[in-house]
Design a protein around this ligand. Structure first.
Ligand code: XMP
Length: 508
C-alpha cells in the first residue's frame, strides 16, 4: 500500500471520521490520529497535507489540546488545513485572536461569502450554504494571513502562499452544499494522488486479518445478515474457509423475515459454517426489567457477549471478528476524544480472545461500495441498517415484553409493506416503528379503548452521523394510521421528523 498522504488530527469532533470518508470519496485515503499519536507519526512520516479537525474544546479552556509538537506550522513541508477548532488553534498559536462573541455563534446551516479567486474556493459559488457549529470565532487574523470567506465574522483564512489554511465551517458535512468541491480544491492544492480503491481495500483487509490469525486459528464472526457482517463474511470466507464460523443470535428482537434473510445472506456471502443460537428467552428475561435506554443496551451487551464467549470456547476459536463501523465506534466514544452518545452492543467489549474490527475506519456508505465490488446482490448492498439490539430499542418508555415486541414486529411489517407498495424504499435510509410508553384513550366501534401509541420515524441520511426526518405524503400518512389502528390495542400514531442532531436515529 502506498504511503499515507493525509494526516487528520482528531480533536474529538463528531465529524472527524466524516472528513476521512469524504476524502476517500474523492479518491484519497487519510490516517486519523489523536494529537499525541499524530505527533509520533509525524516523527517518521511526511504527508502531503495535515488536517486539524473540529472539537468541543475552546482554545482558552485549561487542558485544551494543542497542535502536535512535530507539526511544521509554516506549511513548508505539507499543506495545513484547520477546520473549526483546527482553524481557531492555528490562529491562536500564530498570535491571532480567538473569542466567543455572542453574535457570531453559529449552530447549523449558515451562508458564507467566499473569495472565489482563492484556489480553495475555485468553482464555488460566491454565496454558498455551509454547516457551522461553533461558539468561538477568529476575530483577528495572525500576521501574514488574509480572510478568504466571511459569514457573520471571518469564515476562512489563508497565509500568503496558500499553504496554511483555516475554515470555520465544516466542509465534510453533507449540508455544506459545496463542501466536496472545497475539499477537492484542497486535494489539488496538496498534490495528492488518488489511492483509494475498494478492490485494494478488500485485499488489504484479507491480508491484515490473515497476518493476525495466521494459518491455524478458528475465527468466530458475529453475523447478523446486515450489509456489514455479510460483506465482512464475503471478504473473509475465501481466505479462512471452514475456519470462519459465523454465529448469529436470534435475540427475539428480529423483524419479520429477518431470520430467513439472514440465512440467505450467509449463502450469498459464501459462508461455509453458520450457527444460529435461539436466545429470545434469555434476552427478554434480562432486558424486561428496565426502561432506561442506556441500561437496556448495557444488559443486552452482557447477554450478547456471554453467548459469544460460549461459542468461542465450544469451537476453540482464538479470535472474534465483527463488522463494527466507524460510526458505531465514534458514538460509543471509543475513537480519539469523541464523546459517548450511546453504548453500541458490540463495541468496546473485553473479550477473552482477541477481537478484530476490520471495518473500524469505514462508513456504511463505503461498506456498501465494497459489497458492490464483491458482486453481492442489491438486496445486500442496499439493505437498510437495523441495530443489533433490534426491536428491544423500539419499545420505548415501557418495559419490554414478548407481546410488545410482537406488536412492534407486526406494525413494522405493516408500514414496510406500505412503503414498498408506494415505491418509497429508495427514499428512506431507515424506518423505525416504535411502541411508546404512552397509553391513551381512544374510541373503536362506539367503545372506549385504553391502548398503545406507536411512533413512525423514517429518516434520510448518507452516513447516520446526521439524519433528516422524512415527510410522508398525506395520503400515505393516512394509510399508515388506518392500517395500524386496525389493531385493537393501538389508538394513536405519532410521526417523528426530528433531525439528528438534536435527536438520534433510534429512540434510545
Ligand atoms: P443512532 O441512533 O445512534 O443510530 O443515530 C445510527 C445508526 O446505528 C444504528 N444503531 C446500532 N447498530 N448496534 C448496531 O449494530 C447498536 O447498538 C446500534 N445503535 C444504533 C441505528 O439503527 C442507525 O442505523
Amino acid at each position: 500500500m502506498d504511503d499515507i498522504q493525509i494526516l487528520i488530527v482528531d480533536y474529538g469532533s463528531q465529524y472527524t471520521l466524516v472528513i476521512g470518508r469524504t476524502l476517500r470519496e474523492l479518491g484519497v485515503r487519510g490516517i486519523i490520529l489523536p494529537v499525541k499519536k499524530a505527533d509520533k507519526w509525524l516523527k517518521h512520516n511526511t504527508p502531503k497535507a495535515v488536517i486539524l479537525s473540529g472539537s468541543n474544546w475552546s482554545v482558552h479552556n485549561d487542558g485544551a489540546p494543542g497542535l502536535p509538537k512535530m507539526l511544521d506550522i509554516t506549511g513548508k513541508k505539507y499543506l495545513i488545513l484547520g477546520i473549526c477548532y483546527g482553524m481557531q488553534l492555528l490562529a491562536h498559536k500564530l498570535r491571532g485572536v480567538v473569542e466567543k462573541p455572542f453574535l457570531h455563534r453559529e449552530y447549523g446551516p449558515a451562508e458564507v461569502s467566499v473569495n472565489k479567486k482563492h484556489p480553495l474556493f475555485k468553482n464555488v459559488k460566491e454565496k454558498t450554504k455551509v454547516w457551522a457549529s461553533h461558539g468561538d470565532t477568529v476575530i483577528a487574523l495572525p500576521k501574514g494571513f488574509i480572510s478568504i470567506a466571511k459569514s457573520k465574522g471571518i469564515a476562512a483564512m489563508s497565509n500568503k502562499n496558500n499553504r496554511v489554511l483555516g475554515i470555520q465551517f465544516h466542509p465534510e458535512v453533507i449540508d455544506t452544499t459545496e463542501g466536496k468541491k472545497i475539499l477537492q480544491n484542497f486535494l489539488t492544492l496538496s498534490k495528492c494522488d488518488k489511492d483509494w480503491n475498494p478492490i485494494n481495500l478488500i485485499h488489504q483487509i484479507q491480508k491484515e486479518v490473515l497476518e493476525v490469525v495466521k494459518n491455524k486459528s478458528n475465527v468466530i464472526l458475529g453475523f447478523s445478515g446486515g450489509v456489514d457482517s455479510t460483506t465482512l463474511a464475503r471478504i473473509l470466507s475465501p481466505v479462512l474457509g471452514k475456519r470462519l464460523i459465523c454465529v448469529a443470535i436470534d435475540t427475539g428482537g428480529f423483524r419479520e423475515n429477518e431470520l430467513i434473510e439472514l440465512k440467505e445472506n450467509a449463502k450469498n456471502a459464501g459462508v461455509k459454517k453458520l450457527i444460529v443460537i435461539s436466545a429470545a428467552v434469555e434476552f427478554i428475561k434480562n432486558i424486561s426489567k428496565t426502561i432506561d435506554g442506556e441500561e437496556k443496551r448495557k444488559k443486552f451487551r452482557v447477554v450478547y457477549q456471554r453467548i459469544f464467549e460460549k461459542q468461542i470456547k465450544k469451537h476453540n476459536a482464538d479470535f472474534i471478528v465483527q463488522g463494527t463501523l466507524a460510526t458505531d465506534i465514534i458514538e460509543s466514544g471509543k475513537i480519539g476524544q469523541s464523546v459517548m452518545i450511546k453504548t453500541h452492543h458490540n463495541v468496546g467489549l473485553a473479550w477473552k480472545v482477541k477481537d478484530l474490527h476490520p471495518f473500524r475506519n469505514l462508513f456504511k456508505y463505503e461498506v456498501r461500495e465494497l459489497a458492490r465490488a464483491l458482486n453481492l446482490p442489491k438486496s445486500v448492498y442496499e439493505r437498510n441498517p437495523f441495530p443489533g439490539p433490534g426491536l428491544y430499542l423500539r419499545v420505548v418508555g415501557t418495559p419490554v415484553s414478548k407481546e410488545k415486541i410482537k406488536l412492534v414486529q407486526e406494525a413494522d411489517k405493516t408500514v414496510t409493506d406500505i412503503i414498498k407498495k408506494y415505491g418509497l424504499t429508495k427514499n428512506i435510509s431507515q424506518l423505525i416503528v416504535a411502541l411508546l410508553g404512552v397509553n391513551s384513550v381512544g374510541v373503536k366501534g362506539d367503545e372506549r379503548v385504553y391502548g398503545h401509541s406507536l411512533a413512525i420515524r423514517a429518516v434520510q441520511t448518507a452516513d447516520f452521523m446526521t439524519v433528516k426526518g422524512y415527510y410522508f405524503p398525506e395520503k400515505i400518512v393516512n394509510e399508515i394510521i388506518s392500517a395500524l389502528t386496525k389493531h385493537k390495542n393501538i389508538v394513536r400514531v405519532f410521526f417523528d421528523m426530528t433531525p439528528k442532531p438534536p435527536a438520534t436515529t433510534e429512540f434510545e
